[in-house]
Ligand binder design. Sequence first.
Ligand SMILES: Cc1cc2nc3c(=O)[nH]c(=O)nc-3n(C[C@H](O)[C@H](O)[C@H](O)COP(=O)(O)OP(=O)(O)OC[C@H]3O[C@@H](n4cnc5c(N)ncnc54)[C@H](O)[C@@H]3O)c2cc1C
Length: 367
Amino acid sequence: MNKVRTLIVGAGISGLALAKALADRGFPVDVVERRADDGQAPGAGLYLPANAVRALQGIGVGDELAKRAEPVTRQRLQDHRGRPLTEFGVGHIWGEVGPCLAVTRGDLHEVLRTAVAGTVVRYDTEVRSVTDDGTVTFGDGTTGAYDLVVGADGINSAVRRSLFGGPEPRFLGQLCWRFIADDTAIPGITDWTARLGARGRTFLTVQLGAGRVYCYADINSPVPATPAGDWRTLFADFGGPVPQLLEQGADAHFAALHESENTVWTRARAVLVGDAAHAFSPSMAQGGAMALEDALVLADTLGTEPDVTDALAAFQARRAGRVAWVVAQNHRRDKARNLPTPLRNLTLRRAGERLFKANHAPLHALP
Ligand SMILES: Cc1cc2nc3c(=O)[nH]c(=O)nc-3n(C[C@H](O)[C@H](O)[C@H](O)COP(=O)(O)OP(=O)(O)OC[C@H]3O[C@@H](n4cnc5c(N)ncnc54)[C@H](O)[C@@H]3O)c2cc1C
């Protein structure tokens, strides 16, 4: 295929990964990002399951990532007081796929940014709309013409809204808070530990190394708005290290969790990747992995198919089943969090590892 002139809208995980993968294949790529170039990546930490780490290795940033990330070797599920429900090595879940890692969002972003240093990323540049002939209108009213426009612009994608229609993202009935805490004075926090309370409450810790731990807390809620009062009181009955960690959570990032339900991600000259295509609940921590796999697969199909039409059709076909699997597993897990506590605990004690294994088995295959 002639090297199509491509605009990537959004310099998040999927946009930067795609920019790197396309630049490596010789495609001329522009990237625009509405945020300022202040080196800040929004959010706190990320758990990167083995298929996400494999995808990052696939785009050539595995070594740089390993320098900044912390290995996660075990996953533990406990009740809200810290009594064990199940525990297993991640190798039992992922087999030969590779290691699982934890990293700050800032560090992952920096690794990807450094990797695309040869590509111009225009910050402070918002895309307002796109038309089917590849004409893009920017926030300042100027326009550009492209062979291909990639919406890597997250769950509220302007590219999706312009071209794909479809339903608005759906509120999942969950609210969450995220922050990074200093755990140098809190011994015993290792790897990945989820503490499960009644009424769908979860407090997850993921060790980031260097005395830092990523904390993620969520609750069920009928409305997508932060509850009145200090959110930390919602976890006042949690034991173990949670009370000490919560002391550091006053400025946590708040989010109401949504999923996007559109399943068509391609038009004649446009394609959606990452959260713009398929944002979902973080319960399997597969958002980053799916965004990175999208980038690799799209670069591959653009590099090997005879024209853009075939490349986009091949992309949709290769990604649909895998993403649908993750969405379905997330829905099953989200239902399970609302089981009566004794039944949920019994299920995890008896079958936790087997369920985790089954959730992830199809993701062992290359995307
Ligand atoms: C609470 C929570 C916890 C999560 N935890 C994990 C985890 O542990 N592990 C994991 O793998 N995943 C996790 N995820 C999912 C993960 O964060 C996302 O799947 C991932 O960030 C998607 O990357 P993206 O590049 O597609 O979108 P984004 O990261 O949203 O990036 C989109 C970019 O586009 C820019 N943009 C938006 N609109 C425009 C526009 N009109 N013009 C120009 N630029 C624009 C934005 O500023 C942004 O930089 C979590 C998600 C949530 C909500």
